[in-house]
Design a protein. Structure first.
Length: 576
């Protein structure tokens, strides 16, 4: 019998005889029949009523000392439902039950199916702990498992989602040695369709960030559109863990790690020539993992400087500084103020065959062809300062540093600017004059700051009034004067303050899109002299204004006077 039944162990054959009531001849017959019809032996036994599925589960449990699990009593809401690929669940007739740390408990009808367990282990990266389940009961529960997914998400999916079928999603691995490929998860899974729909809808609405937020009794998804967060949908709270797991799988994060923040990236291919990258971050909260996706649209770096909202004289100052052979251009502002787009726009202008451009970024947000981009990683010692040192040994013409965070980076950047290189970078300060004093406070000598900095741009993003429905605002002249609108450089008879209304074009918001508001300050000989004399930011700002450089507040008021943004928006993004 052993030679004929090499695929079935002698121990299992004895169990089938002693416990299952089968004879050696019956086992031989079943083996031959299963070979003929091409079905797995144990599946054939149950289908042809040689043994019941319950009795077979008992035999597996006894032989391999694996507990039997009454899968019909399992609460499907407790299953980590996006951990195992839906295709594997159906293919191998198995069900993820629970996860503890890096150990995943899985119900399986045939624990001798080592390929099934290997597939799950490989796909999840977890240690697999199998339990035995009645095959027929398990099949019924798996059917309920997928039905519950569809029922849960059906209410959250509005309209036809058939168009999502052509969307290809890839995880972006920072290690170029690893393959990039479509992320698994089963395109037929409702949770996959729901996540895809949220991503596509928010992109179409012009969002810059998407927030997946778990709370004690609710779950919400919000999107930041034109700089303001608004609610997109409220899926059932029990979907929270599944949504977080799906997003982590998509961005190749460790799905078993829920106690620490993680970072990843996703590439969403909308068509053959159009793709959007997402920078993904998870944060453990008391009610689950919050996941935030920053949308990185490569086309935003190719809009052209004319589309950024610079006034003519500001654009000329920026272009003039970009075409200088050396010096340092600093762009400053809070997170989300558009610094990256301004930097990349400048780099695109400079990106020619004749120039060698290197950038150090944390992280690299948008890939630019023809530019050598480096993702800094402090964990392996690749800091901004270390990357800069390496750049200077690689015959650079132009260097971009994502952010000057410390004295070491500042000193190397300034040295590069003083030795024949054009340097672009950012700082987190509120205004152009404060950027200069920030460098001084870091410990950079005043002479180095004055001699290396050529231009500083402070910026904000303001919501643009909808051109289809905006209307003149009825504001008393006294208020216009108090706000400074009559002293912003726009002739009084040309000042036309507008206010939002709301229409179908802007979806009732009254505002559509954003425009840049800038303070562009050239380091003139007079400003350089004041820096070396120890002038503070207030004194520098006063001198800057006297030389015709508009402050952020004044620039915002000029856009109000020209009817581009509302007065309330100018107040929101700038201060006196």
């Amino acid at each position: 019998m052993a030679s004929a039944n090499a695929a079935v162990s002698l121990a299992i054959q004895r169990r089938l005889t002693d416990t299952g009531g089968m004879t050696a001849e019956t086992i031989e017959l079943a083996i031959e029949q299963s070979k003929e019809n091409g079905k797995p032996f144990f599946e054939h036994l149950v289908e042809e009523n040689f043994i019941t599925s319950g009795k077979l589960a008992q035999i597996f449990s006894l032989e391999y000392s694996i507990p039997i699990y009454d899968v019909e009593q399992h609460n499907l809401e407790l299953s980590p439902q996006e951990v195992v690929d839906a295709k594997l669940v159906k293919k191998h007739n198995l069900l993820p039950l629970s996860q503890r740390g890096n150990k995943l408990y899985v119900a399986i009808s045939n624990p001798t199916d080592h390929q099934a367990l290997t597939d799950v282990r490989f796909q999840t990266g977890l240690s697999i702990e199998p339990v035995v389940a009645d095959a027929k009961q398990l099949a019924n529960v798996i059917e309920r498992f997928f039905k519950s997914q569809k029922d849960d998400i059906n209410d959250s999916l509005d309209g036809d989602d058939g168009e999502l079928g052509d969307i290809d999603i890839e995880a972006v691995d920072e290690d170029p040695g690893k393959d990039e490929g479509p992320v698994g998860g089963g395109d037929e899974a409702p949770i996959v369709k729901f996540v895809n729909k949220v991503l596509i809808d928010t992109i179409r609405n012009g969002a810059s960030d998407i927030h997946f937020e778990p709370y004690e009794k609710s779950y919400r998804v919000r999107a930041r559109i034109d700089g303001v967060l608004s609610e997109v949908t409220r899926p059932p709270v029990k979907l929270g863990p599944r949504l977080a797991a799906r997003l982590k799988v998509m961005s190749k994060m460790d799905i078993s790690e829920r106690r620490k923040p993680q970072d990843g990236r996703i590439k969403l291919k909308l068509s053959k020539d159009k793709s959007i990258d997402f920078r993904v971050n998870t944060l453990p909260t008391i009610y689950g993992e919050k996941v935030v996706l920053r949308i990185l649209d490569p086309t935003s770096a190719q809009m052209g400087i004319e589309a950024l909202g610079y006034e003519d004289h500001q654009r000329e100052l920026y272009m003039d500084a970009l075409h200088q052979p050396q010096g340092m251009i600093l762009i400053t502002g809070p997170t989300g103020s558009g610094k990256t787009v301004s930097l990349y726009t400048g780099l695109n202008i400079l990106n020619t065959e004749e120039t060698n451009i290197s950038t150090a970024e944390d992280p690299v947000e948008i890939n630019l062809e023809g530019i050598n981009q480096v993702h800094v990683d402090a964990k392996v010692g690749l800091t901004f300062a270390e990357a800069l040192r390496s750049f200077l040994r690689q015959d650079p013409d132009i260097v971009m540093v994502g952010e000057i965070r410390d004295l070491e980076t500042a000193e190397i950047a300034i040295k590069a600017a003083q030795t024949g290189h054009l340097v672009l970078s950012t700082l987190h300060t509120n205004s152009a004059p404060e950027t200069l004093t920030r460098l001084l406070n870091m410990g950079v000598p005043a002479f180095s700051v004055a001699s290396s900095c050529s231009l500083i741009i402070a910026q904000r993003l303001g919501r643009r009034l909808c051109s289809a429905c905006k209307k003149p605002a009825d504001i008393p002249e006294k208020v216009l004067k108090e706000e400074g609108l009559l002293d912003c450089g726009i002739p009084k008879d040309e000042v036309q303050v507008m206010e939002p209304v709301g229409c179908s074009e802007c979806k009732g918001k009254g505002q559509k899109g954003r425009t840049g508001i800038y303070e562009v300050m050239k380091i003139t000989p007079e400003i350089a002299k004041l820096i070396m004399e120890g002038g503070n930011s207030i004194e520098i700002a006063k001198l800057s204004a006297s030389q015709g450089f508009n402050s952020l507040r004044r620039s915002a008021l000029r856009k109000v006077a020209m009817g581009e943004i509302s007065l309330a928006e100018a107040r929101r993004v700038t201060t006196d």
